[in-house]
Design a binder for this molecule. Sequence first.
Ligand SMILES: [Fe+2]
Ligand SMILES: [Fe+2]
Length: 153
Amino acid sequence: MDATEVIARLNDDLTGEVEAVLVYMNHHFVVPQHHTQLEMLEIALEEMHHIQQLAEVIVDLGGAPELTPRQIRFNGADVAGSLANGTMLETEAIDGYRRHIAEIDDPAIKRMLNRIMEEEELHFAKFSEMLADFEAAAAATAPTVGDLTGDGE
Ligand SMILES: [Fe+2]
Ligand SMILES: [Fe+2]
């Protein structure tokens, strides 16, 4: 695979990282009342570090980093929806990295992509865990039939 093809794949990954930073920062700002917003900020900062690593290699290879996201899938101010959206973005990222690790020959680039992919797996696990916790908490406080009819009092 020549440098142009490697650059194209790294730019694919890079645009996904830019989308992730923006989507997670959006979550951080629109649900300030919920504790997940701090974890979202932390994860957004890790995605920014992925941007830096990918962009540096792209520049080293003689390419131009593509920092305009190809799409931005914001998910509003709904905590559960945002967390589910995060698991979707992470799944896409993991699939992309896995594919590119298999396609790219350069061992140093493969290692870098593998390290990033492992962090995406941790992000996926974190979002899944936060989503499960959020849903359990919501179920625990959900009104019962008794609450709704007044029979429970
Ligand atoms: Fe990332
Ligand atoms: Fe991630």
